[in-house]
Design a protein around this ligand. Sequence first.
Ligand code: EPU
Length: 331
Amino acid sequence: MFDLSPYNTFGLKVKSKDGLIVNDVADLRRVHSENIIVLGQGSDVLFTDDFDGTVLINNIKSLNIDFVDGKYIVKVGGGVNFDQLIVSLIEKRIFGLENLSYIPGTVGASPVQNIGAYGIEIGDYIKEVTAYDLQRHIIQTFSKEECEFGYRTSYFKTHKSRRLFITSVTFELSSEFKPKLVYQGLKDENFVNAQELRDKVVELRRTKLPDPRLVGNAGSFFKNPIVSKEFAEKLKKEYETLPVYPYDENNCKLPAGYLIEHAGCKGITHGNVGTWEHQALVIVNRGNAKPHEVVALAKYIIAEVYRKFGVNLEPEVRTYGRTGEVSWDTL
Ligand code: EPU
């Protein structure tokens, strides 16, 4: 048995049949199990049960930096800690990822759900992703287009039947600091250097989001829902303070945190789980939480938000059960 407690930031006491720390591609050639889950630091997963298979922990730590045609091409091993990468890039005066500071997890996990925060998404900075195909035992490189990035999604999340292990991610970054300040809380700031921007983002995250080293959680539990423009306008008439963000020509994005708060679910506690007092979108482990308690609270929140707003929330975290990834509707 392999203890998964250190590999899920929810801090749930779950186990898998086997586990392997993968330090390089050679380790992957020896993997022949059929039932596999790949994890980095487990900062975006919910285990609903023990897992009856092998968990591979991405611990590939390589870093390769080139300067080509005025751009930095940075190829990073999938097991590198994402925030430590940002710290070392700023030290080397390589810019672009500062807004994503302090996000827990590994570089290999970052393209899977196309992590985003404070006005940027990682997909915009990715040149290519290299993955090891665990069924065919070959290495495949995906161009940015082949990664099919969308809001909190990518090819790696939607093609569930393909067992891919992301060995490295190649970023295209800048030698000049050009801050992106579209996020409301950053707009009016004047950052003279990347470290200042990073410090501000770290401060924002610290005030709104629980530190998973202290309080078990997996960041935003739900995605911000996409609804039609007409529906958003109708809701806005009723709830004047509701923020509505543009998404595409016909649709808008609504902040799930607002909906959850106004459905009366911010800061609540059900048994050993609850929602964070400063950001209702985050489900937290209040100590000794059991997987079924997280599922029950999430279902309660979905029902309450639907009852109040007629909006269906969908989980953003990936959910795994005894046999592998499970779809939320089957729980
Ligand atoms: N809001 C509330 N109540 C709450 C939480 C939020 O009314 O309890 C309102 C805020 O006042 C604000 C709006 O909702 O007007 C948006 O809130 P915020 O800026 O905190 O961002 P978010 O939409 O709730 C998203 C990402 C976060 C990311 C932040 C900042 C998703 C699912 N979440 O949250 O990502 O850090 O923007 O860019 O898109 C994550 O994915 O794990 C994550 C933390």
